[in-house]
Design a protein around this ligand. Structure first.
Ligand SMILES: [Zn+2]
Length: 96
C-alpha cells in the first residue's frame, strides 16, 4: 500500500468521482473524468483525507466537496499499487 496525494478540481470530483463506504473506509468506486485530466484513481483507493480532514462517510465527503469554496481540493489516498487503474476511454497513459 502506498500513500498518494492528489490535487483535483472540486468540480471534477463532484461530477466524475464515485465513492462507496466499505466498513469504516471511503473507497473510490468510479472515475469517469474527461481524458485530459487523466486516469487519476485506482480501484478501491481509500480516501484518507480531503483538505486534511477525514471524510468518514460518503455524505460527509460530498458535503465537504459542495461546501468547498476553493476550486481545488487535496486528497490523500491509500492505494494498493496492484489494484487496477480506472482507465478513461481512449486513454494512452499505459498504466496497468
Ligand atoms: Zn489510463
Amino acid at each position: 500500500m502506498v500513500s498518494v496525494k492528489l490535487t483535483v478540481e472540486t468540480e471534477h470530483l463532484q461530477k466524475y468521482l464515485g465513492v462507496q463506504e466499505i466498513g469504516e473506509r471511503l473507497c473510490v468506486s468510479k472515475w469517469k473524468g474527461p481524458l485530459h485530466i487523466g486516469c487519476l484513481f485506482h480501484h478501491g483507493d481509500h480516501i484518507e483525507s480531503i483538505n486534511g480532514f477525514r471524510p468518514g462517510t460518503k455524505d460527509l465527503f460530498l458535503q465537504m466537496l459542495s461546501s468547498s469554496i476553493a476550486s481545488e481540493v487535496t486528497l490523500v489516498l491509500t492505494r494498493n499499487k496492484k489494484a487496477a487503474v480506472f482507465h478513461l476511454e481512449g486513454c494512452s497513459c499505459g498504466d496497468s
